[in-house]
Every structure is written in structure tokens, then in C-alpha cells.
Unconditional design. Structure first.
Ligand code: SAM
Ligand code: SF4
Length: 461
């Protein structure tokens, strides 16, 4: 495969693209008309430093989110299965040279306990996370996925299992696909090859191209639901944003489908962390880059995790983030422990800054008029590429996404919510039903919500 990241090309765009008020306006308008931006157009936004124009970019991202996606936020939880790792990534607590790290892999009974604990919180969607190690073979990952799907506790079940694990070969991806995974995420960490070499000092992950082409192999194995990401703080954030957009272009040109999600983690403190701190991204630049990503790839899902503080998460949600985690605990086996203690970084990959429980996050979302959603229906109905359909099919959100969000929200309120959450939650549902009232299916939706109240589960359109 011809390498699709050319660092000279990316630097040319950053160094030679001029910005102006007119250009910024035109580019925002292009995005609001649901067109993906080119590298050059993204560079114009990146190079915008006038605070008023940056405000326009943020406003553009907010408008896009409101206009296209409405006010749903999908909730999930990460479940760390094992922290053994043969690689030596300088930013990660799991790296092989970190002798401080406790090495644990969940045994099947422990895994089941963790899943029960997550179901008891109300979760329906998980992302399983693994270090890179021969023990975490495709067969092992696939077995883990099957075990998770098999755990049903009271009304709880996990309906979608996503994966964040090492790149596989095509046969490996096929094995995982057969276990019915949702999205397979591999973050490139940094698109800048020299930096990549500096921070990946050992193991298979040293091979930049093997990682860069991993999701191509996933596509060839039939997994078209893939998530890309960059670890912000390793290199210049402007370069990483353009690297992500170049990766998106590559998918579109080669497979006629972009990535399902984009992630933009920022480096957090970790056990024996040893990185050059020159490229850490400030809060202001972070907010700006998220707004730019939203505008640049208007059809994709955007994931914001508990690495960020509650305050930053609340601010950035408005720019088009579609998924967040809730009640997050990175300790391996931590969800089923009696009480969450302070983080011990020698037992977890990195520090998180949003430690709110799922119910606390639900309260906050309700207060801000977002519809918390645990919906998994598209993927189970075979409507893959759902984020693209939400974006491109007129009426899709009103027909499917909002009703399904409300149904899964009602399930949560019935089975897991505190009393005041339930009262406020049903008030929100009534409000959203009245907003949907011109829609033909609203009566069917009301009937289904009544059925949920009577104890029926897993109803969707
Ligand atoms: N071992 C697999 C791999 O490297 O692809 C799974 C990924 S790792 C468990 C999940 C992601 O966490 C990494 O891809 C990286 O982007 C991110 N990460 C690692 N160390 C981090 C840190 N100190 N702060 C924030 N995110 C970090
Ligand atoms: Fe291992 Fe992944 Fe951590 Fe690198 S980022 S040390 S591959 S777990």
C-alpha cells in the first residue's frame, strides 16, 4: 500500500495556508451544508488565531451538532481486560519496562463479575481494552467478547461490545468479527513518523506502518466499523488534526466509507510517565481542535472520555461529541470492588479526571436537556454505518435515533435511576415526546414507552 501520510505535505498545509474572515465563513458554511472539509480548508481553521473567528468556528460546530444530530449523547464504559504488554510506549503505564505496574488479566469469572457490576450501573455498551501481548490473541479477544454478551443479570445485558486493542492481521480481524463486535478502534497515537519512533521504543508497536494500515486490514476482513484517534500531546496538535483528516480521506477514497468514530485523547499522568512535555495541548487549543474536527468530518461519531475533567467535558459536549463514558473505572477488576478508592496509577493505565458515577452524569445530561442514550439498534438491525445515515438520510434521526434513545433512557430510569433522576428523566421524555408530536410514529413510541414501564425490555425501531 502507498503510505498515505506525507509529513512534508502536512507541514506545507500548516505553513502556507492563509486564513481570513471570508475563508473561515465559507468553510463553516460548507461544513454546515454537510460536506467534509479538505486538508487545505481544515488548515485554514487551524491557522485561525483571531479570538472572534475562533468563536465563530466553535459556534459553527455547535450549530452543526444541533442541526444534524440533535441532543442525544450515547453512553458507554471502558472495561480493561488485561494490562500485560510487550510494547514500550513512553506515555503508557502498561509499557513492558514499567516494573511498578501490577500485571493482571481477568479470568472468566472475574470478567463476568465486572460485566454484572457494569450492568448494575445501567450500561448496555462497553469497549473492551487490552494491552498488546501474545496472550491477547484474536481467539482470546473473541472469547472475551462472547462471554460479555452472554452475561445477563436481572434486566441487564450488554448489547454492543467495541474493542480497543492491538492491530491484527486480516485473519485475526476475521476471528474477532465473527464474535459480533461493534467498532474496532486503533489509535495511531501520532501521525508524525519521527515522533512515533521516539515514543515507541520496543515491541511490535514500533512499526508505524503496521499500525497505520491496521484498519485497512480490518476493512479487508469485513469490519467496516472502525475508530481512529490520535493521542494529543505527543506532537504538534495541528499536525495530528491534519493526520486524522488525511486518514479519513484515505478511507473514503479506498472503501467509500469514513471511520465510524474519531477519538482525541489527551495525554494524562501515568505510572512512571516519561515523555517530552513540549507538545502538551492547552485547554483552549483542545476546545478549538475538537470544534475543527467536528466541522472537518461532519458525519463521524466523536468520543470524549473521562480523561478530561467534568468541566471540559461539559463544555465540549456542545461541539458535537456524540459518545462519552460514565462511571469509568480503569482498575482491572475495579467495577466489582465494593467501593471505588482513589486511583492507584500502578494498577491503571493513566489518570482520569472525571470520576462521576453514571447516575451523576445522567443527572447532568438531563439538567442540560440532552437525551442520554444506550441505543444499539442500528448495529443489531444491520444498519451499519449508522452515524453516516443519521447524517445523510433526511428524517433518520426522528424516525430511529431519538425514539430509540428515549426507549433506552426509559429502561435506565425504570431499572437503575435514583428516584429524583427518574422524576426529572420522565419530565424530559415528556418534553421530547411533545417536540416529536408532529411525527407519524410518536404514538407507537408512546406505546412502547408504556410497555417499558410495564417491564418489557429491548424495544426499538
Ligand atoms: N494496547 C492497545 C494499543 O496500544 O493499541 C490498546 C490501547 S491502550 C490500552 C488505549 C489507548 O490509551 C492508547 O491507544 C493511547 O492512545 C491511550 N493512552 C495510553 N497512555 C495514555 C495516557 N498516559 N494518557 C491518555 N491516554 C493514554
Ligand atoms: Fe501497551 Fe497499548 Fe500501553 Fe502501548 S499503549 S504500552 S501497546 S497498552
Amino acid at each position: 500500500m502507498i503510505p498515505f501520510i506525507d509529513s512534508n505535505e502536512i507541514w506545507e498545509y500548516i505553513n502556507n495556508t492563509k486564513t481570513s474572515e471570508n475563508r473561515v465563513r465559507e468553510i463553516i458554511a460548507k461544513s454546515l451544508n454537510k460536506n467534509r472539509l479538505s486538508l487545505e480548508e481544515t488548515a485554514v481553521l487551524i491557522n485561525t488565531t483571531d479570538p472572534e473567528l475562533i468563536e465563530k468556528i466553535k459556534q459553527g460546530a455547535r450549530t452543526l451538532k444541533e442541526k444534524v444530530y440533535g441532543e442525544r449523547i450515547v453512553l458507554f464504559a471502558p472495561l480493561y481486560v488485561g494490562d500485560m504488554c510487550i510494547n514500550n510506549c513512553q506515555y503508557c503505564g502498561f509499557r513492558s519496562t514499567n516494573k511498578e505496574m501490577h500485571r493482571i488479566t481477568l479470568e472468566p469469572e472475574q470478567l463476568i463479575k465486572e460485566v454484572v457490576a457494569l450492568e448494575e450501573q445501567g450500561h448496555k455498551r462497553l469497549i473492551l481494552v487490552f494491552g498488546e501481548h501474545p496472550k491477547y490473541s484474536p481467539e482470546f479477544i473473541a472469547d472475551t467478547v462472547r462471554t460479555v454478551y452472554g452475561v445477563k443479570f436481572k434486566n441487564g445485558e450488554i448489547r454492543r461490545v467495541n474493542i480497543n486493542a492491538a492491530p491484527l492481521d486480516i485473519d485475526g480481524f476475521r476471528i474477532i468479527k465473527d464474535a459480533k463486535i461493534g467498532t474496532y478502534q486503533v489509535f495511531q497515537e501520532t501521525y508524525h513518523q519521527e515522533t512515533y519512533k521516539k515514543v515507541h521504543l520496543g515491541g511490535i508497536k514500533r512499526n508505524y506502518e503496521w499500525r497505520l494500515t491496521s484498519l485497512d486490514r480490518a476493512q479487508e476482513a469485513g469490519i467496516d466499523d472502525v475508530g481512529i484517534g490520535a493521542l494529543f500531546g505527543l506532537y504538534d496538535w495541528r499536525f495530528e488534526v491534519l493526520g486524522l483528516i488525511r486518514h479519513v480521506n484515505h478511507f473514503e477514497a479506498t472503501y467509500h466509507v469514513g471511520p465510524h468514530t474519531i477519538s482525541f485523547p489527551r495525554i494524562q499522568n501515568a505510572s512512571s510517565l516519561s515523555i517530552d512535555k513540549n507538545h502538551l495541548v492547552s485547554d483552549d487549543d483542545f476546545v478549538k481542535l475538537v470544534a475543527i474536527l467536528r466541522l472537518a468530518v461532519p458525519y463521524t461519531g466523536m468520543i470524549l472520555t473521562a480523561r478530561e475533567s467534568a468541566q471540559i467535558r461539559d463544555e465540549i459536549l456542545r461541539f458535537g461529541v456524540s459518545q462519552i463514558d460514565g462511571g469509568t473505572n480503569l482498575e482491572i477488576g475495579g467495577y466489582s470492588k465494593d467501593k471505588k478508592k482513589d486511583q492507584n496509577l500502578n494498577m491503571e493505565q493513566f489518570q482520569i479526571n472525571d470520576t462521576r458515577s453514571l447516575n451523576e452524569i445522567m443527572d447532568e445530561l438531563i439538567k442540560k436537556d440532552y437525551i442520554p442514550s444506550f441505543c444499539t439498534s442500528c448495529y443489531r438491525m444491520g444498519r451499519t454505518g449508522e452515524h453516516f445515515m443519521e447524517f445523510s438520510v433526511p428524517g433518520f434521526i426522528k424516525r430511529f435515533c431519538t425514539p430509540n434513545a428515549l426507549l433506552t433512557f426509559a429502561e435506565y430510569l425504570e431499572d437503575y435511576a435514583k428516584e429524583d433522576t427518574k422524576v426529572n428523566g420522565y419530565r424530559l421524555i415528556e418534553k421530547k415526546l411533545s417536540e416529536l408530536s408532529a411525527h407519524q410514529d410518536v404514538n407507537k413510541l408512546k406505546e412502547k414507552i408504556e410497555l417499558v414501564k410495564q417491564g418489557k425490555r429491548d424495544l426499538y425501531f
